[in-house]
Design a protein around this ligand. Structure first.
Ligand code: FES
Length: 104
């Protein structure tokens, strides 16, 4: 079963930036892609670094460690076939961002 969990306020996420969020059972990077919010796994498939703090380019979050990119809508890595991130469903209510995660 999955539930929506409040993780941040929109004002806490800079335009074309991202932050790391911890819930009881998930590591999530929440970002702002030209005004559209998204949530993806906060564990980079390359070497496990957090993606929160990464910046946004061409609909991708860029890992701040070695600059691998992942599309924030599909999770796909555009330059390395077969590498991808989990993308979480989100919803915005007022100024609160909710992410759909497995119930702990
Ligand atoms: S840890 Fe993310 S690109 Fe290397």
């Amino acid at each position: 079963m999955e539930v929506f969990v409040k993780v941040a306020k929109t004002s806490e996420i800079k335009l074309n930036g991202s932050v790391s969020i911890r819930t009881d059972n998930q590591f999530i990077a929440v970002g702002n892609n030209n005004g559209k919010y998204f949530a993806v796994s906060d564990i980079c498939p390359h070497a496990g670094a957090p993606l929160g703090g990464g910046w946004i380019e061409d609909d991708c979050i860029v890992c701040p460690f070695h600059c691998w990119k992942f599309n924030v809508n599909t999770g796909e890595c555009p330059h390395i076939e077969g590498e991808f991130l989990k993308v979480f469903e989100i919803k915005i209510e007022d100024e609160d961002i909710y992410v759909k995660i497995p119930k702990s």
